[in-house]
Design a protein around this ligand. Structure first.
Ligand code: UDP
Length: 481
């Protein structure tokens, strides 16, 4: 239905599954709960097999239009070895022209443009076509707070953030430990740091109609209050902040049939007895670390499902752009005899697993995770306790929230990016999270699960937050008509 009678939202997704998955869910909400038309513009991605699959499954049955923007060549613009944030910003800068012409050629102009965190420079297109403008962060409130406040920290703090003796203070929000800053803040001379500061500047410019966060009010009440308070972060965050999450794929969507052996096995394991181990779509570990995890799992004698990728010694996000590592079967990197010795207690899955279906299986009781925000939400929504093993991007912030803030995760004594975590420590953490002592992790994670479900129901905080945006779009439609 392309008629003008329905409000129409355009959403722009930057490359990366962690960005694509939640915007697809956002699009679905507008269509299924509010009867909107949605057009999803997808930026060309350097990797795309897994993304193509996501798009495919999101479009069957087809409930909204997906427009893949044409590929671009950035090899002349980008410097060799450019870091992820820099690459994403350059891609999103270069697609503006094709986005603009795609929008101007549409039969009916959308009433709103929602860009994700890397697409803020496309706001001028929305401006030109008189559309409402929103920024969606596939992340939580602490990330928005830090990003929008970094241009101020940039002026206040001397030297590298990581080397500061004091915590970094953000008005009204939980302070950030120097070692937890996001990747682009680790090296202030790197171009990606400048891109990141610029993202904060663009977000604070005040021309947007709102920010959408993939979190919910009760998960981060302190930050949500700070955004609204003119004496705190509210003086910088000039537009309303709408927590509309958790936006998570429903289980049953990630392909149970593709992994029949795995699910047949899970079906016969005791309730909550299996730990799931995975480092997201981009995470990679060193060879030594893979070895220690194998031994740690084996020593713990707990049941496990482990998604294994070829190790990489260069970086922790080696799989982000190119699927990661070489073409060797990743199982060949495991200690000799490991798969045989653990054949009755564990399953190793090479490269990629149907994560949502695994996490929602009743046999899963724990998740050793890199704390990507989507993985985190998927775990919380299923009441699964975590071992927080942050690697890159904003994952150290997420891990801190899960451990110190919410008390639903255990963590290694030192950040895994600083040094390898040894097998005994891994064994201990696995036991701790699976055996559920008197530390209350189990009841807290269940409280969060219930809170998340409540927020999403009609009348819940996240439902209502999205409804406010829905109303604004409807008003815009009337004005245009
Ligand atoms: N994912 C998956 N199978 C895998 C690895 C990842 O389905 O083997 C999905 C996962 O469920 C999540 C997304 O990919 O929805 C990863 O997003 P996240 O924010 O957790 O981490 P990122 O990959 O962006 O670091």
């Amino acid at each position: 239905d392309r008629s003008n009678s329905k409000p129409h939202v355009a959403i722009l997704a930057s490359p990366g599954l962690g960005h694509l998955i939640p915007v697809i869910e956002l699009g679905k909400r507008f269509v299924t709960q509010h009867n909107f038309n949605v057009t999803l513009f997808v930026a060309p991605s350097p990797t795309s097999k897994a993304e193509a699959q996501q798009l495919q499954s999101a479009t069957t049955p087809k409930i909204f239009d997906i427009v893949e923007l044409p590929p671009i060549d950035i090899s002349n613009i980008i410097e060799p070895g450019a870091a992820v944030v820099r690459v994403l910003r350059v891609i999103m800068r270069e697609i503006r022209q094709s986005l603009r012409s795609a929008i101007s050629n549409m039969q009916s102009l959308p009433n709103a443009l929602i860009v994700d965190l890397f697409g803020t420079e496309s706001m001028s297109i929305a401006e030109e076509f008189n559309m409402l403008k929103y920024i969606f962060l596939p992340a939580n409130a602490s990330f928005l707070a830090l990003t929008i406040y970094t241009p101020f920290l940039d002026k206040q703090v001397e030297g590298e953030y990581e080397e500061q003796k004091e915590v970094l203070r953000i008005p009204g929000c939980s302070p950030v430990r120097p070692e937890d800053v996001v990747d682009p803040m680790l090296d202030r001379s790197n171009l990606q740091y400048h891109e990141y500061v610029q993202m904060g500047v663009e977000m604070a410019q005040g021309h947007v109609d709102g920010f959408l966060l993939n979190t919910w009010e009760d998960l981060q009440p302190k930050e949500m209050k700070a955004f609204r308070d003119d004496n705190q972060l509210g003086r910088i965050v000039k537009a309303p902040v709408y927590p509309v999450g958790p936006l998570v794929r429903p289980s049953g969507s990630s392909g149970r049939s593709s992994a029949r052996k795995l699910f047949d096995w899970l079906d016969i394991q005791p309730s909550k007895s299996v730990i799931y181990v995975s480092f997201g779509s981009g995470g990679t570990l060193s060879y030594q670390q893979v070895t220690e995890i194998a031994w740690g799992l084996e020593l713990s004698q707990k049941r496990f499902v482990w998604v294994v990728r070829p190790p990489s010694s260069d970086s922790t996000d080696a799989a982000f752009f190119h699927g990661g590592g070489d073409n060797r079967d990743p199982c060949t990197y495991l200690p000799e005899g490991f798969t045989k010795r653990t054949q009755h207690v564990g399953i190793v899955i090479p490269m990629w697993a149907p994560q949502m279906d695994i996490l929602s299986h009743p046999s899963i009781g724990g998740f050793l995770s890199h704390c990507g925000w989507n993985s985190t939400l998927e775990s919380l929504l299923n009441g699964v306790r975590m071992i927080a093993w942050p690697l890159y991007a904003e994952q150290r912030l997420n891990a801190r929230l899960l451990t110190d803030g919410l008390g639903v995760a255990v963590q290694p004594k030192e950040l895994p990016v600083k040094r390898e975590v040894g097998r005994e420590e891994i064994e201990e953490m696995v036991r701790k999270v699976m055996e559920d002592g008197k530390d209350g992790i189990r009841s807290r994670v269940n409280e969060l699960k219930n809170g998340a479900q409540k927020a999403l129901c009609k009348g819940g905080s996240s439902y209502d937050a999205l409804y406010l945006i829905v109303k604004q779009c409807e008003q815009k439609l009337q004005i245009v008509e």
